[in-house]
Design a protein around this ligand. Structure first.
Ligand code: FAD
Length: 494
């Protein structure tokens, strides 16, 4: 007789949902415990009047990663969410008023770069080749596997792959080999922020993001990116996964080196054969595991950037692209201010996602502006360097100078700052992506996917392998589910 194994997932973010669906597909009885009222974690819908906003991931790459989770569970992804490719996806506007459109089409991109300088245009095909190589290396050696102990690093192909992935070169240095014009370099350097890091520190390995955007493409989930979370939540229901929202795990009972049960704030207990912590392990590991949790903490963890977000619903359609970036006078200085001085840039880069440009139905009365400023992570005492109202005013002033006069057209707005992000998701110092990838060790040696001190505890999500960003955390959940199934089948055999 086969006995059904039970898995408990702590946290219903994208990483937790992916682990839950993958374990259910392997016949586990799965329970998700999520502290908030919604599933999806950082990716969820915010409604302001009739305008819908995607909180969290606005730029979606690697749609196959989301689809594969459902495919592998025997579901048709198209029944849950669909994607459109945005060919001309991001308009970069510089302080001097010039602009550079990013296209996922080589020839159009070469033309675009030639408007700035011929040499950059000439070198673009070589850039695409190099970034493809970086992507292939990461996809071969990192994306589809877990790391459970130092032994997992003892592999000659992995060591070779890591060295070929340019770990010792910075992303900024990598970009300067292909692009001469300072504005072009700034536009590509912004990719470092996709992993919450600085291009002057993070390894050139992340040049692979260029391959994702420029070759594979940037995608939008029709009806809003939150339909990905909603689709995963529906899949959980269809597969019979038990979901408890508004259910925060606060501690655990550990016996013989294994979790017997976890306790939730409302006094319930949940037992299982395997537990997956999808909540940020930098804040939740010690809290839930007590003294067993300290084994998972890295030395002096450096959080990724946080964000200051204003969602503004307006009664007009501005002249904005779906993804638009307004750069300040000196984007390099901004990284120094964010990472060394822990303050907002004085003349910050402002990103605006206006999904109503591609999909007007999501905001029928006017545009839905999701305005994001890279923000310094909170100090250890969670103090803020600037009052949120001041930051919002500053953003509106800068944008009105660029003819985006939000206050003249405002229906309603909502601010979500670093402190909100820290509190809502238990995110370490408000970090969007767990650890930053500014140090090589935090890029390649992130906290393991399996606990060293508790035998049936696993980790999935941005704070572990392979890293932050929506496709990566979904891979993380799937990889961890595979590891659990493999470990249980090995125990059965012995
Ligand atoms: C403003 C913003 C912009 C972003 N932009 C992009 C983008 O453009 N593209 C991209 O790919 N990514 C982007 N990201 C990052 C992306 O959202 C994250 O990498 C990803 O969603 C994280 O998923 P996760 O499962 O690791 O964690 P989370 O989404 O944080 O999920 C963890 C869940 O665990 C729950 N939890 C924590 N502790 C407990 C507990 N004790 N008990 C029960 N539940 C608990 C939390 O409530 C949360 O729901 C952005 C994020 C933000 C906030």
């Amino acid at each position: 007789m086969t006995i059904t194994k039970k898995a408990v997932i702590i946290g219903g973010g994208l990483g937790g949902l992916s682990a839950a669906i993958s374990l259910r597909a392997a016949d586990y009885e799965v329970t998700i415990l999520e502290k908030n009222q919604h599933l999806g974690g950082k990716l969820h819908e915010v409604k302001l009047g009739d305008a819908s906003f995607d909180f969290g991931p606005n730029t979606i790459t690697m749609p196959h990663v989301f689809q594969n989770v459902l495919n592998d569970a025997g579901l048709n992804p198209d029944d849950y969410f669909t994607f459109s490719r945005l060919d001309s996806h991001t308009k970069n506007v510089f302080a001097d008023g010039s602009s550079l459109m990013f296209h996922s089409d080589k020839d159009r991109m070469i033309q675009e770069l030639a408007n700035f300088d011929d040499e950059s245009a000439l070198r673009y095909p070589a850039y695409l080749k190099e970034t493809e190589k970086l992507y292939t290396l990461a996809n071969t050696h990192f994306f589809h596997r877990t790391f459970s102990s130092w032994r997992d690093y003892l592999s000659v192909p992995l060591a070779k792959g890591t060295m070929m992935a340019r770990p010792l070169e910075t992303l900024d240095h990598f970009h300067r080999k292909f692009f001469k014009d300072e504005r072009i370099v700034s536009a590509f350097n912004r990719y470092a922020t996709y992993i919450g890091s600085s291009p002057f520190l993070t390894p050139a390995t992340f040049g692979l993001i260029g391959h994702l955007e420029m070759s594979q493409g940037v995608f939008y989930a029709n009806g809003g990116n939150h339909t990905i979370s909603d689709g995963f939540a529906k899949a959980c229901k269809d597969l019979g996964i038990i979901v408890h929202t508004g259910c925060e795990v606060i501690s655990s009972t550990i016996q013989n080196g294994a979790i017997q049960e976890v306790l939730t704030q409302d006094g319930n207990t949940f037992s299982g054969d395997a537990f997956v912590l999808n909540g940020d392990l930098l804040t939740q590991s010690e809290r839930i595991l007590g003294e067993h949790g300290s084994a998972h903490m890295t030395n002096k963890p450096e959080p990724s950037v946080s964000a200051f977000v204003v969602m503004a619903s307006v009664n007009t359609r501005f002249d904005l692209h779906h993804h638009q970036v307004f750069f300040g006078q000196d984007p390099s200085l901004e990284f120094d201010q964010l990472f060394r001085k822990h303050s907002f840039g004085e003349d910050p880069t402002i990103y605006i996602c206006t999904s109503s440009k591609s999909d007007p139905a999501v905001s029928p009365s006017g545009d839905n502006l999701f305005i994001l400023l890279n923000a310094p992570p909170l100090q250890a005492d969670l103090s803020l360097s600037e009052h949120p109202d001041e930051t919002k005013k500053r953003i509106y002033k800068i944008l009105s100078e660029k003819k985006i006069s939000i206050e003249d057209h405002l229906i309603t707005d909502q601010v979500v700052g670093q402190l909100d992000i820290a509190k809502r998701f238990h995110a370490y110092r408000g970090a969007l992506y767990g650890l930053s990838s500014n140090r090589q060790r935090d890029t390649f040696l992130r906290p393991f996917n399996k606990s060293a001190s508790v035998s049936n505890l696993y980790f999935a999500g941005g704070s572990t392998h392979p890293g932050g960003g929506s496709p990566m955390v979904v891979l993380s959940g799937k990889n961890v589910a595979n590891l659990i199934v493999t470990n249980h089948s090995q125990i059965k055999r012995t």
